[in-house]
Design a protein around this ligand. Structure first.
Ligand code: UD1
Length: 369
């Protein structure tokens, strides 16, 4: 029996591992020789950031929780590496599968590779070119030491080729985050605030902000909120607040009246809000993929994206971080001039199965030989 470690650390990882675990659990003949160990690093630990996602998405209890908790980039990276190394020394695995671009992704990839355990990276090859984001560092480092690459787009394949990844190791499989969205579409449900606020489909906005560039400087955040409040023409703006952003918001006395700060939402409630929104304003990467599939207009408050297909194919547009750019974009939305968009290739709900089929194949051979 071969053992694959499935690593999850922070909120956006959980929707990406759920379909992979489901496919591993399905125990078809083809993958009967693979067992898995679910390792939660504990980078995100609040019930609202972690536990509720496991419950809602039907992810089993992790076999191991490294419980690293909060810290600086270096503190978290170091703590994850030390604890994951101990785990591997206690019981080696035959493969370390990491997803996405968070600190846990990079830390576990490095640890495994140094112990000569092959690394598989899901969502490999995407690049923003923005080196101020810790995620870009995590992506480049992880890809530079991975043995197997699962990609969401052919652009990611090209990026990997350019970086010297061997062709046979690159597999364009689609998007596991979209597997999770599609399998849960019928289960999406309104949060309590839906009734309380009297929200109606198409008549409110959803905002999420958590990138250090947007939220770590109070004055900039105030200007952004004011521009959002103005541009949305008095419609309610539901703003589920990430813990990082909550710290910054506590310093702001006057939150504009049509902006409703609410707790960060569980998966099913959050995507219900997105699916019924007039538009989403965000600095997240993953949400631009979900809005693309749901066909909801999305304005990204960043200067770059590692997910260009959400723009070329989907409903997303880069607005930048200058608050002045919001009004013209919102004016176009209100004028009914926003593009409708399509769905990128292979974002079809079958990605988890494709990944496990390939894993089952490659785990018959030693990738490091
Ligand atoms: C991390 C990821 C980012 C992802 C985001 C989604 C990295 C480098 N960044 O950023 O890619 O989009 O998660 O949520 O890995 N905190 C809590 N409770 C928790 C978790 C965090 O209160 O359960 C607090 C921490 O104490 C910290 C802040 O939130 O002050 C930020 O958490 P952290 O994990 O450092 O990074 P994120 O900004 O969440």
């Amino acid at each position: 029996m071969k053992l694959v470690d499935v690593i999850a650390g922070a909120r956006p990882n959980f929707m990406k591992i759920a379909p992979i675990i489901r496919a591993l659990e399905s125990r078809g003949k083809a993958n009967a020789h693979i067992d898995y160990r679910l390792v939660h690093t504990g980078q995100h630990y609040d019930a609202r950031m972690s536990g509720e996602f496991f419950t809602q998405l039907g992810i089993p209890e992790p076999h191991v929780n490294l419980e690293v908790g909060s810290g600086t980039q270096a503190e978290q990276t170091a703590a994850i590496m030390v604890r994951y190394e101990n785990l591997l020394l206690e019981r080696r695995s035959d493969m370390c599968l990491v997803v996405g671009d968070v600190t846990s992704t990079m830390a576990c990839a490095i640890t495994a590779r140094k112990l000569c355990i092959p690394v598989a990276h899901v969502e490999a090859g995407i690049r923003s070119g923005d080196w101020t984001m810790p995620e870009e560092v995590n992506r480049v480092v992880t890809d530079s030491i991975s043995n197997l690459f699962f990609t969401t787009s052919t652009i990611a394949n090209d990026n990997l080729r350019r970086a010297g990844a061997p062709e046979a190791a690159i597999h364009f499989v689609g998007n596991t985050m979209i597997d999770t969205l599609l399998v849960n579409l019928d289960r999406l449900r309104p949060p309590a605030l839906w009734e309380d606020m009297g929200l109606k489909p198409g008549s409110y906005f959803v905002v999420t902000l958590h990138r250090p560039a947007n939220v770590d400087e109070t004055n900039g955040l105030i200007e952004l909120l004011q521009a959002i409040a103005k541009g949305t023409r008095g419609l309610p703006v539901v703003f589920p607040v990430h813990p990082r952003t909550a710290k910054a918001l506590r310093e702001i006395a006057d939150i504009p009246a049509n902006i409703y700060l609410v707790e960060s939402q569980p998966y099913l409630e959050f995507n219900y809000l997105v699916k019924n929104a007039k538009a989403v304003i965000t600095d997240s990467g993953g949400i631009t993929e979900e809005t693309t599939v749901l066909g909801i207009p999305c304005m990204t408050l960043r200067d770059s994206t590692e997910r260009p297909e959400t723009i070329s194919v989907g409903t997303n547009e880069l607005i930048g971080t200058d608050p002045a750019a919001l009004k013209p974009a919102l004016d176009r939305l209100f004028a009914g001039e926003w593009k409708s968009g399509g769905v990128p290739e292979k974002w079809d709900g079958r990605t988890g199965e494709r990944i496990v089929a390939i894993l089952a194949d490659v785990m018959q051979v030693n990738l490091l030989e």
